[in-house]
Design a protein around this ligand. Sequence first.
Ligand SMILES: *Cc1c(COP(=O)(O)O)cnc(C)c1O
Length: 412
Amino acid sequence: MTVNIVKTQQTDNLIYLDYPATTPCDSRVFEKMAPYFCNLFGNPHSNNHALGWAAHDAVEAAYAQIAGFLRVAPKEIIFTSGASEANLIALRGVMTKLPRTDKNHLITTETEHKSILTCCKQLESEGFQVTYLPVDEHGLIDVAALASAITERTLLVSIGTVNNETGVIQPMEQIGRLCHERGVTFHTDATQAAGKMQIDLAKWNVALASFSAHKIYGPKGIGALYLRSAPATKLRPVQVGGGQQRGIRGGTIPVPLCVGFAEACRILQDDFASELVRIAELSARLFDGLCKSDPLVKMNGAPHSKVPHIVNVGFPFVEGESIAMGLGNLCVSTGSACSSDQLESSHVLRAMHVDDYYVQSSIRFGLGRFTTKEDVDYTIAKTSEVVARLREMSPLWEMHQSGVDLGRVQWK
Ligand SMILES: *Cc1c(COP(=O)(O)O)cnc(C)c1O
């Protein structure tokens, strides 16, 4: 496998462990895309000349490739700018579909990606009802609680397959069965599931699903909405544009990005089984290594229901931000990318009722295609060293050692 992270002065010696935030574009993907920028630049909607036809064919091939990867029909794929937009079309599109009925209730969870939660807030401000299901300490929803939350007025359930901060996998089959029995449409944000686990939209009774290319070694700026055709999923378009993609998502289709997205799916599919084994080994090695050097380490998220690619751990009595700073050349994340910008603690870990001092001390290590065993060993050594040094200086550690129960302390 080609290791293609381009080393420049800024990236030399960096070890990238922030794959859930974004991935490098695989060089094979980039090469596939290249001709479609300057040479085969036609508009796929121009049907009077050869350049238009070539672009059209490339887009059709991309639909087919992505559909094949998801084991759905090509006509069930709608290209979007990314998963955020796919989520928006799914939620707004279904909730505002015409003709309006008295169904105005949406159910989601407290641990969804911000693109879902922000959209829900906006719908609430327009008079729609939203229920945010809590999760247990493992990050899992209670399917019985979902069952009792569904009412006569419930139109849509939106629950992400894999959480981007913890890697926790929700019980998709049970959720799907329940939605089917109760006649409720089921949407899932499957962005973090692609390439990390078997996706079975039919078995899960999913009517709509969101994906993003830049999380799977494809280009930024493209994603997909899966829209089930039978039984048909009705929605009201958000961006009508020039009526492209059957009026569901207008705008000229970005051919190079489609080609890249498709190639990214092809590579995922080809390497799926071996890559999963490799990542599972690296993941276990990382967590075991961290535990060995620091017995206080705690994994956030259900170990029995998660993808191995995301290892979210708390190092109590030290601050995550300080750890991340100390890790220097290791690219990791404290909380999600968006919440770190806003300098607020992770809404996902808070929803899991992780103790505050664990939330503040948590680091997300993301493993991916270009992670090596050497990277993992270096990460264990470096993290252990930084955590030990910070803990020595930690007033919290001192309080703990002198017998203060930090679980009972109120943090500001
Ligand atoms: C990254 C991510 C998104 C947003 O995807 P974009 O393509 O960047 O809009 C949505 N949901 C999840 C779970 C993600 O990890």
